[in-house]
Design a protein around this ligand. Structure first.
Ligand SMILES: Cc1cc2nc3c(=O)[nH]c(=O)nc-3n(C[C@H](O)[C@H](O)[C@H](O)COP(=O)(O)O)c2cc1C
Length: 360
C-alpha cells in the first residue's frame, strides 16, 4: 500500500495542529494508514499488573480522546492504547487556539482543558469495538478526567470507572493535567489518600459485579517537589494502586525553547520533557523500590529514549508528541531499535532491563 500518510505529512504541517490531528484520526478511521505487518519480537513482551503486553510501547492519553480510532491504532502494533481523557459529561474544553506546535523544539504546548465527547459516547464506541468479530487483543486503558464543573472529583472518577469497567483493561486517574483549575491539587497527600480510598472502594464493588479486578493507575505531573513525590508514592503504596504513569505535561521548562510559541500557557510535551520526566521516573522507581509498576512517558522519540525510560524503572512506556513530528513509522523503528538494545546489553527479555540503571 502507498504511504499516503507520508505523502500528506507536509500538508499536515501547514494546518493548525488541531485540524491536522482531526485529519490524522480521519485517515486512521478510513484505513489510509496501512496496518503494520511485522510481528513483535518475543523479547519485547511482558506481563504487567496482570495484563499481557506484546510490546511495551503504548499510545499516551490525549491522542484518541474520544475512542475514534482504537482498532487502526492497534493495527500499527502499538503494545497498548490509552484512550481519553474522558469526562463524565461532554464538554468543549478551552477556547481555540489551544494546541501549539513548537517545531524547532520538537515539542507541543496544549491547553485543551479536557475537550471530550463525554462518557456515554466512549461507552458506545468501546462496546462496538468489543462486539467486532475480531476485537483488539492488545490492552486498552482509559484515562479518566473531571468535568470543569465537578463539585466532587472522586465522584467523577467513580462514574467513569464504573461505566467503563468491563470495557477496558485498565484505568488511569488523571490528577495531573495543568489545564483544569484545581486538578493538580488532588496530588497532595490528604486529597489523594481520600480520593483513592473512595475510587478503590468503588473498584471493589464493580469488581464483584463484573467478576474481574481492573488495574487502577495514577498519572502524575513532572513538576512535583521531592517531598510531594514521596507523599504520592507513600499513598499509592498504602492504598494499593496498581501503578503510576510518570509523567503528564509540564508547566515549567520553558527556558532554552526556541520556537515562537514557547510563551503560550499550557502543558509542554515532547523532547524538552524527556529529561525532567525521566529524572522523576528514576526517583519514583527508587522510592517504590520496584514494588509498583511504572509507565514512563514524556519526550520519547527513539528506541534509545524508550530504553532509557525502561532502564530508569518503567515497565511500559507511552508516547504522543513525537508521533506528530515523525509519523506512525516511528512506532516500528522504536520497537526494533529497542529489541536491538536489549540484545546488545545481554537481556533476554524486557523485564530484566526494568530499573537496570538503579540496580548496579
Ligand atoms: C494535545 C495533547 C493532549 C493531551 N491530553 C491528555 C489527556 O487528556 N490526559 C492525560 O493524562 N494526558 C494528556 N496528554 C499528555 C500525554 O498523555 C503525555 O503524558 C505527554 O504528552 C508526554 O508525552 P509526550 O512527550 O510523548 O507527548 C496530552 C498531551 C497532548 C500533547
Amino acid at each position: 500500500m502507498i504511504d499516503l500518510y507520508g505523502l500528506a505529512r507536509p500538508l499536515l504541517r501547514c494546518l493548525a495542529p488541531e485540524a491536522a490531528h482531526g485529519l490524522t484520526l480521519w485517515a486512521l478511521r478510513s484505513g489510509l494508514i496501512a496496518p503494520t505487518l511485522a510481528k513483535d519480537a518475543p523479547a519485547l513482551g511482558s506481563r504487567v499488573f496482570g495484563l499481557d503486553f506484546p510490546n511495551p510501547l503504548g499510545l499516551a492519553a490525549g491522542f484518541d480522546k474520544n475512542v475514534e480510532a482504537v482498532a487502526p491504532l492497534l493495527s500499527l502494533k502499538l503494545g497498548f492504547v490509552e484512550v481519553g481523557g474522558i469526562t463524565p459529561d461532554p464538554q468543549p474544553g478551552n477556547p481555540k487556539p489551544r494546541v501549539f506546535r513548537l517545531g524547532k523544539d520538537e515539542a507541543v504546548i496544549n491547553r485543551l482543558g479536557f475537550n471530550s465527547d463525554g462518557l456515554e459516547a466512549a461507552v458506545a464506541r468501546l462496546a462496538a469495538l468489543r462486539r467486532q468479530p475480531y476485537p483488539p487483543e492488545r490492552p486498552i486503558g482509559a484515562n479518566l478526567a473531571l468535568n470543569r464543573t465537578a463539585e466532587d472529583p472522586a465522584e467523577d472518577y467513580i462514574i467513569g470507572l464504573s461505566r467503563l469497567y468491563d470495557l477496558i483493561d485498565y484505568a488511569t486517574l488523571n490528577v495531573s493535567s495543568p489545564n483544569t483549575p484545581g486538578l493538580r491539587a488532588l496530588q497532595g497527600r490528604e486529597p489523594l489518600s481520600d480520593l483513592l480510598a473512595r475510587v478503590l472502594e468503588a473498584r471493589e464493588r464493580a469488581g464483584e459485579l463484573h467478576g474481574k479486578r481492573l488495574p487502577v493507575l495514577v498519572k502524575i505531573a513532572p513538576d512535583l517537589s521531592g517531598p510531594e513525590l514521596a507523599d504520592i508514592v507513600g499513598v499509592a503504596l498504602s492504598r494499593g494502586v496498581d501503578g503510576l504513569v510518570v509523567t503528564n505535561t509540564t508547566t515549567g521548562h520553558r527556558e532554552g525553547l526556541k520556537s515562537r510559541h514557547r510563551i503560550e500557557a499550557g502543558g509542554l510535551s515532547g523532547r524538552p520533557l524527556f529529561a525532567p520526566s525521566t529524572r522523576m521516573l528514576k526517583e519514583t522507581y527508587r522510592l517504590t523500590d520496584g514494588r509498583l509498576p511504572l509507565i514512563g512517558v514524556g519526550g520519547i522519540a527513539s528506541g534509545a529514549d524508550a530504553y532509557a525510560k525502561i532502564r530508569s524503572g518503567a515497565s511500559l512506556v507511552q508516547l504522543y508528541t513525537a508521533l506528530i513530528f515523525h509519523g506512525p513509522e516511528l512506532i516500528e523503528r522504536i520497537k526494533s531499535d529497542l529489541a536491538g538494545l536489549l540484545i546488545r546489553d545481554g537481556f533476554t527479555n524486557l523485564a530484566q532491563a526494568v530499573g537496570a540503571d538503579l540496580k548496579s
